[in-house]
Ligand binder design. Structure first.
Ligand SMILES: [Zn+2]
Length: 386
């Protein structure tokens, strides 16, 4: 079964489709920037310089490898749609003799699937062969990273079952699938994981499995948060709704910035809007971003430890005063860093745990059905009989 191959009607760009205009899509190259994009289409750079500071900062969120769409007529860009993440995209469009830039929600279709596999090569390989979706295979490996060594513990013919949501846009799989429930056998014994509404994964007893603990990247006592994380905040002065994909810590220039967790530096350099930036890749597909730095003392490929000083607070890029912009991403999706700063793995409170166990029971039943539908005659005894 290949759940992504569905045909849908391409409506999105039809409203401005002029005669002979060509609609196409490309991949955003590594090192490509919004300014370079404007240059490539002969769009005056004042379009960028006239944007609100917050909006300039957002253009630094475009990431390498993302697919974006352009509509060009007679070598003139009519409009373009460039995703910042799975939810929001930049919409740049011709308006008379000039161009306008807006940030709009991404329209996509959502569906869900349940699959079951008897492992032949490896869970990762087999998942890609069945679904053609690398993001799904990566996410599966990520959620079990702290729990299971797939190389030694999973045997041939061990069963795997997944229930997940996925998105598609303009006929293509889009963004990251969300695994809702998962089962992988190790030597025929079950290992369940269930997603809860806090975005974390727990086993069937309600213990968190994935847990990456983050430390506050600034050590000043009672450091002030000048702007919180928000997927759609109303700007107090500009009166427009804009996301803020991180937490701003107000701190004097030169204050040490520390790695929030162990990881590998994957970027150290300038990103327009964010100024000097360091990005650290952690386990479980998580990445932290430190922006507006006055200077940094790490380089790409370097291993860093929790609490290690990597940079200094500054005022570079689009910033109105010295502060650290601290972002957290899971597979390029921004998430709230504050909900992940903790010293131990999560334990669900009593009421939450009861709710979680109810959800998990429902999913366990669906996993059972997926296994039994695909492997008739195989009725593992670890499923509660009813
Ligand atoms: Zn910020």
């Amino acid at each position: 079964m290949k759940p992504f191959f569905r045909s849908i009607v391409l409506l999105l760009m039809l409203n401005t489709l002029a005669f002979c205009a060509t609609s196409s899509n490309q991949i955003w190259d590594k090192g490509y920037t919004f300014l370079k994009f404007l240059e490539a289409y002969n769009i005056p750079l004042s379009v960028y310089w006239n944007m609100y500071a917050e909006d300039k900062e957002l253009t630094a969120e475009i990431y390498a490898g993302v697919r974006y769409y352009t509509l060009v007529d007679d070598n003139v860009l009519i409009q373009a749609l460039i995703p910042l993440n799975d939810e929001t995209q930049i919409h740049i469009f011709k308006d008379g003799d000039s161009y306008k830039v807006d940030f709009i929600p991404i329209k996509y279709f959502k569906s869900n699937a349940s699959i079951a596999i008897s492992v032949q090569k490896s869970p990762y390989q087999d998942l890609i062969e069945l679904t053609d979706d690398i993001n799904l295979a990566n996410e599966f490996v990520n959620i079990y990273k702290n729990a299971i060594d797939f190389n030694t513990k999973v045997l041939k013919e061990d069963k795997l079952a997944l229930i997940y949501d996925y998105k598609y846009r303009l006929g293509r799989p889009f963004g990251n699938p969300e695994i809702k429930a998962s089962l992988i056998e190790t030597n025929r014994s079950p290992n369940f994981l269930f997603a809860y509404n806090d975005g974390k994964y727990y086993n069937e007893r309600g213990d968190e499995v994935m847990g990456l603990s983050l430390k506050t990247p600034i050590k000043i006592k009672s450091v002030r948060i000048s702007s919180k994380f928000s997927l759609n905040r109303m700007h107090p002065i500009l009166k427009v709704k804009r996301p803020h994909y991180g937490v701003d810590y107000a701190a004097p220039k030169g204050t040490p910035v520390n790695a929030a967790s162990n990881g590998i530096v994957v970027f150290a350099g300038i990103k327009n809007g964010y100024g000097n930036v360091v990005e650290i890749q952690h386990s479980n597909g998580l990445k932290t971003l430190y922006a507006h730095l006055s200077s940094y003392k790490v380089k790409k490929g370097q291993k860093v430890k929790t609490g290690q000083t990597i940079a200094q607070v500054g005022n570079t890029g689009m910033s109105t005063g010295a502060h650290l912009h601290f972002g957290l991403y899971k597979n390029n999706k921004p998430i709230n860093p504050l909900s992940n700063i903790k010293s131990t793995t999560s334990v669900l409170a009593k009421a939450q745990k009861e709710e979680f166990l109810k959800i998990a029971k429902g999913y366990e039943e669906k996993l059972k059905i997926a296994i039994m539908d695909n492997f008739s005659g195989y009725t593992p005894n670890y499923f509660a009989s009813n």
